[in-house]
Design a protein around this ligand. Structure first.
Ligand SMILES: Nc1ncnc2c1ncn2[C@@H]1O[C@H](COP(=O)(O)OP(=O)(O)OP(=O)(O)O)[C@@H](O)[C@H]1O
Ligand SMILES: [Mg+2]
Length: 280
């Protein structure tokens, strides 16, 4: 049994209403999508803008309710879980969003942002929470001097590291990463990507890694799921998708990678950066 099992997931959004407010137009954002994700594995979900990648990621965590299909996490039905049970299950399945500016509360200090999940889910006292915040920030390469700072005082790369620390607070088994480096300066993308990969190895995390840029996922993904217009086009091991794609659409995505230099930069940067280096 896989950690995550997704079967026949579908979702339509209404796009137009008539003068009585009745829904008249529909977008089939996701249609009949199935896949599995093993513990400790990274599955990249790739495809052009509007392919339905984010909708899949959000439905897995039930941030969006699917129209049909099933989501099983750690042997348990996510879609039929009662609210209190869903809250419990969400300790083990976290999400990192594209834009750390909007995913972190501007009025919360870094320490509060990282420890908030502990207040909600545990009865650790303040001292224990602060200690945990220090450990987590250390893990993502942010020094203790940032504990009392506010998001506005941090760079995009630093903020994404804080968002990653917050996602790790409750020792999750899986993180849905929705374009986690797309909003960052090109210069810090490789650092944050390498941090995610190092954390995955160290903590045995599973990632559902949503990304429109195939160049970025070669270093982190074990398998790739290619989506187009809400449907799965192709799925396979990363090496196979890169070397011998079956579908024209996948070939076109690969051909759109400008040149191999950015990829080799990611490789090279990986030997230089570690979570303890200066944050980007
Ligand atoms: N809340 C919503 N209401 C209406 N339509 C939506 C909503 N969310 C997504 N859609 C539509 O569903 C389709 C899939 O959107 P989704 O955001 O999942 O794509 P994506 O692959 O993540 O794209 P991107 O790479 O641009 O983030 C798109 O046509 C989008 O316009
Ligand atoms: Mg998206």
């Amino acid at each position: 049994m896989s950690l995550l099992e997704v079967a026949n997931l579908s979702k339509s959004f209404s796009t137009r209403r008539d003068f009585l407010g009745r829904r008249t137009g529909w977008t089939h954002a996701v249609h009949d999508v199935s896949f599995t994700l093993d513990a400790g594995e990274c599955l990249a979900v790739v495809g052009e803008s509007g392919a339905g990648k984010s909708t899949v990621g959000r439905m897995v965590l039930r941030l969006i309710e699917p129209d049909s299909g099933t989501v099983t996490f750690d042997g348990e039905n996510v879609l039929s879980a009662k609210p209190h049970r869903l809250r419990e299950m969400r300790r083990a399945m976290q999400m990192i969003f594209q834009d750390p500016h909007s995913s972190l509360d501007p009025r919360m200090t870094v320490a509060d942002a990282v420890t908030e999940p502990l207040i909600v889910h545990t009865d650790l006292d303040r001292t224990a929470r602060q200690r945990r915040a220090g450990e987590l920030l250390d893990k993502v390469g942010i020094g203790p001097r940032y504990l009392g700072r506010y998001p506005a005082e941090l760079s995009g790369g630093q903020l994404q590291r804080v968002a990653i620390a917050r996602a790790l607070t409750l020792d999750p088994k899986m993180i849905v990463c929705d374009e986690p480096v797309a909003a960052l300066d090109v210069s810090v993308r490789a650092q944050v990507l390498n941090l995610l990969r190092d954390l995955q190895e160290e903590l045995g995390l599973a990632y559902l890694f949503v990304c429109h840029d195939l160049a970025l996922i070669e270093v982190i993904a074990d398998r790739v799921l290619v989506m187009k217009s809400g449907e799965v086009v192709e799925t396979g091991f990363t090496t196979q998708i890169y070397s011998d794609p079956e579908e024209d659409y996948t070939r076109a995505l690969l051909a759109a990678i400008p040149d191999p230099i950015p990829r080799s930069r990611v490789f090279r940067a990986s030997s230089l950066s570690s979570p303890t280096r200066s944050p980007g």
